[in-house]
Every structure is written in structure tokens, then in C-alpha cells.
Design a protein around this ligand. Structure first.
Ligand code: S3P
Length: 166
């Protein structure tokens, strides 16, 4: 089984994805890390040197490759991956998608000190919150196409939802 965790930055795709993969005896794949390895640059550098469009192209390539691979895995996707180049359909056709739905108030706290998310890169907390709200509003119709939606996700909730779905 290929499991794709989707959702905004800070929703727990990596934090929950790693123990989830362990429980399911599957490898964990961090999409941003795959992109960084391929480009030999940090996400921040890719955005600042080559721009978001270029980043989205690489992101789409990486997604397609993993989606069509023979391997099973749990993947923490980048927050925007389902939203560009038909990403959500690719995900839904090749595996099980799970939207980690975390309220903005909580994301705001989790991302307060983060400086590695170019889309949210601002020192101003209010501006960060507004950007998160805009991203959520724009992406919700796509994220909501996930096979499973989990509000305030935890490892226990994830495991239960996956076993019920099997
Ligand atoms: C992005 C989210 C980031 C990373 C890039 C763009 C987005 O990943 O891919 O900064 O468009 O929401 P995380 O969701 O892991 O933070």
C-alpha cells in the first residue's frame, strides 16, 4: 500500500508519518527531502534561486516517480503537492490519501518559529496567520478529495482509520 499524507505545513505529515510507517512496517518517504536530494539544494534555495514554478515542476516529477514505483511506503507530501500538475488525482489513483486537518490556530503555534517554509516566510505573526488562512481556503477543495480526512490527527486516529478502510 502507498499512503500519502497531505495537508498544510505543520499538520504532522512528517511527525506522524514516521511512526505510522514504523507501525505499518513501511519505509517513510519525505517528499521535500527527496526534492532537496535531487536538486542538491534546500527548499529555501530552490525557491529563492529558481522560483516557485521550478520547484512545482520538480515536486510534480518526484510525485509521479514515486506514485508509479513498485514500492509501498508512507509519504509525507509537500503541502502544495496535491494542488499542482494534477497531483491530487495522481495520489488518489496510486494509493491511499489521508488529509491531516489541523486548525489554523494550532498550525500558527507549531509554525511560529519556522523559517524553512518559503511560502510562510515572514517575521510577522499576523501575516503568517493570514497566509495560512489563504492557503487553507484555496487548498481545502483539493485536500477534501482525500480518501480519509482526519481532524486533529494523532497516530492512534491514523491507525484506526487505515485499518477500518482496509
Ligand atoms: C509548501 C510546503 C512545504 C514545501 C514548500 C511548499 C506548500 O512542505 O514543500 O515550502 O506549498 O505548502 P511542508 O508541507 O512539508 O511544510
Amino acid at each position: 500500500m502507498k499512503i500519502f499524507l497531505i495537508g498544510l505545513s505543520g499538520s504532522g505529515k512528517t511527525t506522524l508519518g514516521k511512526p505510522l510507517a514504523e507501525e505499518l512496517h513501511l519505509p517513510f518517504v519525505d517528499m521535500d527531502w527527496e526534492i532537496e536530494k535531487r536538486e542538491n539544494k534546500s527548499i529555501r534555495e530552490i525557491f529563492s534561486q529558481q522560483g516557485e514554478d521550478h520547484f512545482r515542476q520538480i515536486e510534480a516529477e518526484v510525485l509521479r516517480e514515486w506514485a508509479s514505483s513498485q514500492q509501498d511506503f508512507v509519504m509525507g507530501t509537500g503541502g502544495g503537492a496535491p494542488c499542482f500538475y494534477n497531483g491530487m488525482n495522481i495520489i488518489n489513483q496510486s494509493g491511499l490519501s489521508i488529509f491531516l486537518d489541523v486548525p489554523i490556530e494550532e498550525l500558527k503555534i507549531r509554525l511560529a518559529a519556522a523559517t524553512d517554509r518559503p511560502l510562510l516566510n515572514t517575521g510577522d505573526e499576523l501575516e503568517k496567520e493570514n497566509k495560512l488562512r489563504l492557503l487553507r481556503e484555496a487548498r481545502l477543495p483539493i485536500y477534501n478529495q482525500a480518501h480519509i480526512i482526519i481532524e486533529n490527527p494523532s497516530l492512534e486516529k491514523l491507525l484506526k482509520a487505515i485499518h477500518l478502510k482496509k
